[in-house]
Design a protein around this ligand. Sequence first.
Ligand code: ADP
Ligand code: ZN
Length: 525
Amino acid sequence: TDMLDPAAPPDPHALLGAVFGFDAFRPGQAEIVEAVTAGRDVLAIMPTGGGKSLCFQLPALCRDGLTVVISPLIALMRDQVRALREAGVEAGALTSGNTEEETEDVWQAIEAGRLKLLYIAPERLASGGTERMLRRANCTLIAVDEAHCVSQWGHDFRPDYLRIGDLRRALGVPLAAFTATADAETREEMVRRLFDGTPPQTFLHGFDRPNLTLAFEPKNKPRDQILSFAEARRGRSGIVYCGTRSKTEGLAQALREAGHAACHYHAGMEAEDRRLVETRFQQEDGLIVVATVAFGMGIDKPDIRWVAHADLPKSVESYYQEIGRAGRDGAPADTMTLFGADDIRFRRQQIDEGLAPPEMKAADHGRLNALLGLAEAQVCRRVTLLAFFGETAEPCGNCDLCANPPDLFDGTTEVRKALSAMLRTDERFGIGHLIDILRGTETDKTRRFGHHDLPTWGVGADLAKHQWQAIFRQMMGLDLVRPDPERHGALRFMEAARPVLRGEAEVTLRRDTIKRAERRPAVKQ
Ligand code: ADP
Ligand code: ZN
């Protein structure tokens, strides 16, 4: 088309409509498109579905030469290439899934200098010819999709992503990196490995989903809690996420007994049965799917009205992704997450017993702690959540904490007692044993280590075991302490704990989570 005539200076806005068929940019897109088109190094962090691909496709059309797109997802690359070609854009992919003919077409387009976008899988970077080929093809921009794959502490690490930095240096062209993963460590690692440590222009946008109501509830009678949440939304499509497969079946059954249309879903089911549930959910109104995290990839239902977690997810990212499946149409949708001490234990154990290297386990504990911090947040849930992604916000008025601000108190004395129990025992013990020391509860272990002689022995006898657990949980949430996965969960001090120990900082705690603990049935010691 005329739009793609290289002689005419391409206008991003005109191309947005003519090539992509969109009326307007989404929030954040225009700035990113402008910076990438101008040839600046860019790191853009946007939530899944936020419209990242446009942010490198459009600049590719506005710039001279070829844009190489590195992506680990072959199916996604092929989709994008097909869509671009249908829109009249010269795009191609070199992947293992190509037919000979497709590959030949791509080469011809490169030879003729016609190709604007070339998608490659990271594995291709391992072959020496790629850099030469890109040079010959007049590659003037590198776009990296799923840029967090360069992080060794992440779960999607792709060793070949480590070659991207070399490619950038060799070609001497700008690089635009895109990801939905926003935690600070991953971001720092992307800058280090993709941009040689020189911070690129960074964009972070669009994590807020204002139409979602956010709420957390401590587990009390979890089945009843889920049933009453569903009851209040009877007839509306929803998802209940569970931590285990067996639980999905039981809970779906309970929902059916309460008169809801409900079915279960997990990865252990026959593919055919799973597809059946997916189709029903897509087509029926008001079906509840009780599922493990296996449900969701590829579910593209805009009018899911609620998502509940019967068990605590494993990280803030998972939480965000799972609640994010609700309300895609922008209409109000409700979310509610249950959490309890058993969940925390379950998640910790899952991490510790996993096969990941120690550093990754530590990172996973950190991710879980961040979620615990959100669960026991002291201010607006959305402000806390968005802060995790690096965005600032005003109290939202659409979360449980805005509706009912928690009762706070100065918990410095309690926290200091807990910290000093750790200090006296050289940070060598886990929460259970520390609570025994604080409460002066004799066990074989306290006797074996002679802990009843400690100055902290029994200084916390005024609080019940569960109250101390609530305090430790909040201390973890505030990142004052962290369990060390290499030492069976022995609690370690974090930097923020030192001023508290020295008496230079105070700690505010939530009273409700500690009071609530009081009402729990006493556990036999
Ligand atoms: P992701 O950020 O997950 O890679 P995509 O680039 O796949 O997201 O975009 C998600 C969806 O949003 C796609 O269906 C895309 O066509 C659509 N989209 C992207 N930008 C716009 C826009 N400016 N206006 C309307 N729809 C858009
Ligand atoms: Zn709020």
